[in-house]
Design a protein around this ligand. Structure first.
Ligand code: ACO
Length: 371
């Protein structure tokens, strides 16, 4: 009850995760159809279609997004050292909060652009490197990598990140998207919605999981230690990051999509094959242990498990993984916020009061209330 399981809180045309079949549909297209075949810009155009009066099509969107990255870069110059050392998600949140709010397409583009530009800039500033200016003609995924690396990525790196961004672009009413819709329903604006969503994404039970997945791989160290290490972790009552999902009772389809992106990098010689073997050993050990622990509750691999390896292979530091997730998901948050504004009412559920009844009037003195 207190997790709102199975409560339908919105009608949406945007995406549908089928937890029994293990499928994800984004605006009438299966994830398999989109991932690896469409760019992030294509999927953004698909998600936003009809939700703005002036929604750009897939041919017009890349240039508009490129311009928006240039606009967003102006905010980086004002970055100060005080918060740049904090958690990258917090730094990203500060920069996003500096941009004007609104409900229009320009605000939406600025938010998508800003999430990528600020992520790259924050990562460079944390290493005492100057931020790299965007290239408005580049693909969004390529430009994020270029701004972060300070040089052009390889085609394999761009393809892998693009596939990842498409894979995580939208996913029904997950916690961050719900937060976005709640804020949008008050008509606070798209920036407010995206910042609320980012704050929800930050948690380790949602988009904060992949960093801890790598901590787990480091802790296991060697494939033959996987079972005993994971067993000890579960015995301490801890959760295995990268496993389990509220909706999926079978394997999360995004896990395989992200693993396919990783395999593209392996073919290009850009992933340490031993790291992948270790991850596969951890996965193979974890699944039966979880089945033993919760026989009535299928706990399968979720998207975050292979995300951790992919983002590590793309050289992102683990503390920035949630920011990269946000680079993909921000397009979905905005689509949901616009859908909510267009057709939804203020979201205002009720709570059931289970506290004590009020004291009788004669005993409610200020002293007693304060005590
Ligand atoms: N490891 C160990 N036990 C688990 C795990 C796990 N990964 N996931 C769930 N469980 C157990 C819980 O301890 C709980 O046991 P209990 O009934 O004895 O208390 C039971 O399974 C049900 O757990 P809930 O938290 O009620 O299930 P929920 O549907 O809320 O869980 C969640 C979903 C939060 C993702 C959970 O599986 C989890 O914590 N996984 C690890 C974190 C993670 O990988 N998050 C990323 C999710 S994907 C994403 O958000 C993009």
């Amino acid at each position: 009850m207190n997790g709102l399981d199975d409560v339908i809180a919105a009608d949406t045309v945007l995406s549908d995760a089928d937890g029994q079949a293990g499928t994800l549909v984004i605006r009438g297209h299966s994830l398999d159809e989109l991932a690896g075949r469409s760019t992030y810009e294509d999927v953004l155009a698909l998600l936003w279609d009809g939700l703005f009066e002036d929604a750009p099509d897939r041919l017009a969107l890349p240039a508009l997004l490129g311009e928006a990255r240039m606009d967003a870069y102006a905010y980086v110059v004002r970055a100060d050292a005080q918060w740049i050392r904090r958690d990258p998600v917090e730094a990203l949140r500060v920069l996003l909060a500096r941009m004007e709010d609104g409900e229009d397409l320009a605000t939406a583009l600025r938010l998508v652009a800003g999430t990528a530009v600020f992520t790259a800039a924050v990562l460079r500033l944390r290493r005492s490197l100057d931020p790299t200016a965007p290239d408005p003609r580049a693909r969004h995924s390529a430009d994020l990598l270029r701004m972060f690396y300070g040089e052009s990525p390889t085609p394999a790196q761009t393809a892998a990140l693009d596939r990842y961004l498409v894979t995580v672009s939208d996913h029904g009413l997950n916690a961050s998207t719900f937060a976005a819709r709640v804020v949008a329903s008050t008509r606070a604006g798209l920036a407010s919605s995206a910042i609320a969503a980012l704050s929800a994404l930050k948690g380790p039970l949602h988009g904060g999981a992949p960093g801890p997945v790598l901590d787990c791989l480091d802790g296991v160290g060697r494939p033959e230690r996987a079972r005993s290490w994971l067993q000890d972790k579960l015995a301490r009552g801890e959760r295995l990051m990268g496993f389990g999902h509220r909706i999926y009772r079978v394997r999360d389809p995004r896990a395989d999509s992200v693993k396919a992106a990783l395999q593209g990098l392996i073919r290009g010689g850009q992933v340490d094959a031993a790291r992948l073997r270790l991850a596969e050993a951890v996965e193979q050990a974890a699944l039966p242990l979880l089945a033993l622990k919760k026989p009535d509750r299928p706990l399968q691999t979720n998207v975050e498990f292979y995300t951790a390896l992919l983002l590590e292979a793309l050289k992102f530091p683990r503390e920035a993984f949630t920011c990269v997730f946000a680079v993909g998901r921000v397009g979905g948050w905005i689509a949901h916020a616009r859908e909510q504004i267009a057709g939804g009412r203020l979201i205002r559920p009720r709570s059931r009061y289970v506290g004590p009844p009020p004291s009788p009037p004669h005993s409610a003195t200020p002293e007693r209330i304060a005590g």
